[in-house]
Write a protein that binds this ligand. Sequence first.
Ligand code: TXE
Length: 475
Amino acid sequence: MEKIQNFIGGKYMDPVKGQYLDNYDPGRGKVYSQIPNSTQEDLDLAVQAAEDGFRVWSKMSIDKRSRILLKLADLIEDNIKELAVAESRDNGKPYTLAISVDIPRAATNFRFYASSIVNFSSESHISEGFMVNYTRRAPIGIVGCISPWNLPLYLFSWKIAPALAMGNCVIAKPSEMTPMTAFMLGKLTKQAGMPPGVLNILHGEGSGIGQAIVESTSTKAISFTGGTATGKIVGATAAQQFKKVSLELGGKNPNLVFADCDLDEAVKMSVKSSFTNQGEICLCGSRILIESSIYDAFKKKFVEEASKLNVGDPFDEKSDLGALVSEAHLEKVQSYISLAQEEGGTVLLGGNRLPKDGFYLEPTIIEGLDQNCRTNQEEIFGPVVTLDKFSSEEEAINQANATRYGLSCTIWTNNLKKAHNVAHQIHSGIIWVNCWLLRDLRTPFGGMKDSGIGREGGNEALQFFSEPQNICIKL
Ligand code: TXE
């Protein structure tokens, strides 16, 4: 049984206390490796390594830092197959998705920030004859990056790339459910020429080493992606030390389908936004709200298209959906399907676990629920969507905004004026019109309300990972 290791000071290390967790292959429902369940002793080693690394990395020229990150991006692409296999085995997602989206996007994340940092400018203000003010944006020091299991290397890299580009050293903790690609990244950073201690990767439970990273007085900022409940704990912990924190949390995203949309396009893309990655993307549109005049037509086509989706072995290229990430998560998602029926919903498609090894669930579509019921208010984070109807623009907007979340929203309409007017009234950080999941990395990424605080992406992320200092000189 493979036992992976932490990556500290440029070296792979066993956990000091020798404690390990089982790591499952969701596609087969079996343990296939073990990961360190790191403790404070491992964190102490990582802090020491990061302090040593910071003296070198923060003084390195931006151009040199940029080249190392560009080299890392190339190495990710050179190892794309091995990384995609590891991602798929760890998470249960189809290999075709890992190799076409997750791993290429990880390379893009490093490449994007390697070039952003070279073009990153700060401000200066000249009051002629009186004073000059300039803003220095220095690296913060050691930062903590904590990522979830749904898009493992994609979100791990999305956090650490801007932190590293800005000259910080990172203590990163991937999810204990999907550690493998972060583990593999360690050796690639060495091949890229990254000095020891710049990136340190600790594996283990969130309530253990995750909490310890946030509590440590050595980590000066925390970038967290995960569930809203956990985000509350992380935010509260960081606040005790006035630590900068960015929280990318859950969503319950509306998908608004107006009668004047391109119906076939809306159906096709709604199948993707509902079920891609087994619905385990925080940006999935899990509440589909349809203008009543086209409700029946949309429902018929949508159910028909979704029924064609293949659920199966992540390594079978015919599989559109793989396995959910764990038995516990599958049971959680199934409990919401039962709850939906108790709340008066009708299951139009799916709802069943597949009778095979592994954590497989059919794509599930439910209608007939009240917008305020738990099924429509709580994040399910699986291949389960609800359908509902609206009769006016105002009703659509009210329904869209009727949850505690505010991450993303999709709007299907060919009326340009309506698209802008509706978008401006939706309380979500990200709005897509006649598309889904198109991303320009220069844009601010993140949610409102219980979907988190702070924004990642573009200069927002570089500014988050820097300490601004204003220097004023009298002329
Ligand atoms: O989150 P968890 P999960 C959301 C998604 C869903 C959830 C799924 O919508 O709600 O995240 O991810 C660590 N101190 N998003 O179940 O349990 C834990 O070990 C420090 C939104 O993984 O919160 C893991 O590494 N760390 C997002 C990480 O936190 C702790 C995109 C997340 O775990 C900890 C992706 C603690 N006390 C998923 N407890 C977006 N909005 O972009 C746990 N962890």
